[in-house]
Design a protein around this ligand. Structure first.
Ligand code: CU
Length: 481
């Protein structure tokens, strides 16, 4: 799948001066990986071909396998008319590599390229994706097919499974609607009355003024690994096999679920980080950009649909067939029993997190339809401005910070911190410890606390990973003093 740089005949003059300045390497040095950003057609089902922007002409982008701590050089070519950012999601990398304009990463110039060298870390399931703002443009940012998985092998990679399969969940052909978002109640209920009152009061006032609901995004097609349900290669398994699924929600905006009738998922890692207490669950829930690594023991022969719980989304493609050897017939779907997705299920038993040195308090709020019909999002009443890009929080290296988040909206926000991992320390009204992540879903009118150690100096972006939310204000910057 991956062509070594040399075989693509890269000429010395294709490297920009800027690149030489960044990594100081000679232009004749071969890159370990080459990624090429371009608009391409992709076939998501027979004769159903969508136009999107991809990495190397395929969706998902090629799986990049790195070894923890072994430096790699990646050349990123941009064959589009728009300068691009490629973000190494979930990795502890410097700001000039991370792939966020807000942190000062240089753009990959339109019809140009950047060559970067970095040391992959930490081990586990990561990914790469565009970090461009899309705003009202549904052909930009992560609405496109610019998503690909990364797997960083640990120095002592455990082999507790027979094989591994990567699944990337992704929708295509987005459109706007104005009906308000559908409520999802898969998180344990833990609404804070004061937050609910604030959110509902603001919404009522806006609607009373005659405002419509702010725009939401819906999709026509749903895929796993770029194919609609029934139109890709099935996952072919044998009875008794232990299959490790590495699952990535590559959506721009959607929270996804996944179940396999008659089977359970033993969750081993969240966002690539091993959990202290692996546990079996009947269904997985993944906010935008979240990853789950889970082992399924294949002990229920048949031909099954592994799919999203939402009938409509599954009916429009969000699923993949799992087929046991020597089994025939139509793939069967059956919904699991109602189940609450709770990160603490995988947390330390009776463990407590270290004290933090400082608490950063944040309240998230929505101003309904306030910006040209789009909801405007604020953190402590401030909507992030791409114009000023002023860091709002100043960190000291080595200190442990607690971000105490209060969500005064009914939406679930998959909140993401760049270049650092965090530990969930309080959720659903209870203290917890040991679950390390880089995205956490903050439920409607709920509170979540996460701790991180400031161990990677430089500008650091914090934002909701829902593209509509991050593009309309839901973002802030940390810097180190
Ligand atoms: Cu959000």
């Amino acid at each position: 799948m991956l062509a070594p740089a040399a075989s693509l005949g890269l000429s010395a003059n294709s490297a920009s001066a800027e690149l030489s300045a960044i990594d100081g390497q000679s232009e004749s040095t071969s890159a370990d990986y080459v990624l090429r950003i371009a608009a391409t057609p992709i076939e998501i089902a027979p004769k159903r071909i969508v136009s999107t922007i991809t990495y190397n002409g395929q969706f998902p982008g090629p799986l990049l396998r790195f070894k923890e701590g072994r430096p790699v050089t990646v050349e990123i070519h941009n064959d589009t008319d728009t300068p691009e950012q490629l973000h190494w999601h979930g990795q502890k990398v410097p700001t000039d590599v991370d792939g966020a304009a807000e942190e000062g990463t240089p753009y990959i110039p339109s019809h140009g390229m950047r060559r970067i060298t970095f040391t992959p870390q930490p081990a586990g399931l990561r990914f790469y994706h565009t970090h461009n703002r899309a705003g009202a443009n549904l052909y930009a940012g992560q609405y496109t097919g610019q998503v690909g998985p990364v797997y960083i092998e640990a120095k002592n990679e455990p082999a507790n499974h027979d094989r591994e399969i990567f699944l990337v969940l992704k929708e295509f052909e987005p459109t706007f609607s104005q009906g308000g978002d559908m409520a999802q109640d898969f998180l344990p209920p833990a609404e804070v009355k004061e937050l609910k009152t604030a959110g509902e009061t603001a919404m009522k006032a806006s609607l009373a003024k005659g405002m419509p609901h702010g725009y939401e995004v819906g999709y026509r097609y749903f895929t796993i690994n770029g194919r609609m349900l029934g139109h890709g290669e099935p996952v072919r398994v044998k009875q008794g096999e232990r299959v490790m699924f590495h699952i990535l929600n590559g959506s721009a905006t959607e929270i996804r679920s996944l179940a396999l009738p008659g089977h359970t998922f033993k969750v081993i890692a969240l966002d690539g980080n091993p959990v202290p207490h692996p546990a079996e669950v009947p269904v997985l829930w993944l906010g935008t950009a979240e990853r789950v690594s889970a082992i399924v023991e294949m002990n229920h022969p048949g031909v099954w649909v592994m799919g999203d719980l939402a009938d409509d989304d599954r009916g429009h493609g969000m699923g993949i067939v799992v087929e046991y050897a020597r089994q025939k017939g139509r793939p069967v779907w059956a919904p699991p029993k109602p189940f609450h997705w709770n990160y603490t299920r995988f947390a330390k038993v009776d463990g407590s997190a270290p004290e933090s040195d400082e608490v950063i308090a944040m309240t998230f709020a929505k101003q309904n339809a306030a910006e040209h019909g789009f909801n405007l999002w604020t953190i402590n009443d401030v909507a992030f401005s791409a114009g000023s890009m002023t860091p709002a929080y100043h960190l000291r290296e080595g200190k442990r910070y607690r971000i105490s988040m209060r969500n005064a909206s009914d939406d679930i926000h998959p909140v993401h911190l760049h270049r650092h991992s965090f530990e969930i320390t309080r959720i659903v009204g209870k203290p917890t410890a040991g679950v390390m992540k880089d995205v956490v879903m903050v439920g409607g009118y709920q509170e979540v606390e996460v701790d991180f150690v400031a161990d990677n100096p430089g500008l650091t972006l914090f934002h909701c990973h829902q593209q509509l939310h991050m593009d309309y204000g839901f973002m802030t910057l940390f810097d180190y003093v």
